[in-house]
Write a protein that binds this ligand. Structure first.
Ligand code: IMP
Ligand code: MG
Length: 182
């Protein structure tokens, strides 16, 4: 099988990601209610959530874990503005303290939707934690409670994040650059 691999400029390498996730987990763990329910928003946050959860464990937290698949992007690089539940969580959030985990907060629509949904279902508290905060295109008034990095307005790939379903497997975060752009 041959596949052309484009040039990728690394923005956050594996070491930087590991260090920041560890720092973030310590910050989150200090703030965490007992028996918190961590809800990872798929697909983009699966690698971040897996690393964050293990770092939260090292920081002394004992979270429950759930997954919800939300879609706002489809195959395009711009948000469609509408958020849909593709696959829901299995457990009740009534009375629970929830930590929503996502890869990127951009327009804020995905996180705002998830937050409203959890409160509508009777969650006691809802905190938000993102790997990248991209504030430039924010359309909803929302700030993350916890974030690893603030990022400029670039379309990034890797560490769970995709471009048209590709590149999620990259262990670092980067941007695709044109051949003569390096
Ligand atoms: P929002 O609803 O506009 O805040 O978008 C958040 C979602 O869009 C994230 O969960 C990501 O899955 C996706 N997203 C936003 N920016 C990027 C990007 O640069 N690369 C890959 N996915 C992105
Ligand atoms: Mg996402």
């Amino acid at each position: 099988m041959t596949q052309k691999t484009p040039n990728i400029k690394v923005l956050y390498d594996e070491k930087v990601l590991a260090d920041q996730v560890e720092r973030l987990a310590k910050e989150v763990a200090q703030d965490l209610p007992e028996n918190v329910l961590v809800i990872s928003i798929l697909k983009g946050s699966f690698i971040f959530a897996a690393d964050l959860l293990r770092a939260i464990h090292r920081a002394g937290g004992i979270p429950d874990v759930e997954f919800i698949t939300l879609s706002s992007y489809g195959d395009r690089e711009t948000s469609s503005g509408k958020v849909e539940i593709m696959r829901d969580i299995n457990n009740d959030v009534k009375g629970r303290d929830v930590l929503l985990v996502d890869d990127i907060l951009e327009s804020g629509r995905t996180m705002a939707f998830a937050k409203d949904l959890m409160f509508a279902r009777g969650a006691n508290t809802v905190q938000t934690c993102v790997l990248l905060d991209k504030p430039t295109n924010r359309a909803v008034d929302i700030k993350p409670d916890h974030r690893a990095f603030e990022c400029e307005d670039l379309f990034v790939i890797g560490y769970g994040m995709d471009l048209a379903h590709g590149y999620r497997q990259l262990p670092y975060i980067g941007v695709v650059v044109a051949d003569d752009d390096e």
